[in-house]
Write a protein that binds this ligand. Sequence first.
Ligand code: CO
Length: 135
Amino acid sequence: MIGRLNHVAIAVPDLGAAALRYHDMLGAQVGAPQDLPDHGVRVVFVDLPNTRIELLAPLGEESPVAGFLGRNPRGGIHHLCYEVADLAAARDRLVATGARVLGDGEPKIGAHGNPVLFLHPGDFDGALIELEEVG
Ligand code: CO
């Protein structure tokens, strides 16, 4: 059911500094910051030949990333994003097999303009999983 690894997200305390490190030290192609108010995050995407890195910083008071950075003040790997062809079908299969979908279970539009859902890390070995519908 899951397809390509779309991105690995890293929560960072300082988005500008992290983006500069990827650009200057690692020599990566780094995009412009994007605000995603629906998700409570500001993101920068780093393009790699086979996937992307999503640098993630809190946006607003109720950002889900703020709690993560509270527990991991220097930052850390936050989630993995796998591509699926049909997000509704993927959700139904996951719910039927006992996985917990975060939030109200309805897809939101993610950073690439595609619908996304998040799965409870307790059901996947401690790793928060994002599913993105890529048609
Ligand atoms: Co993501």
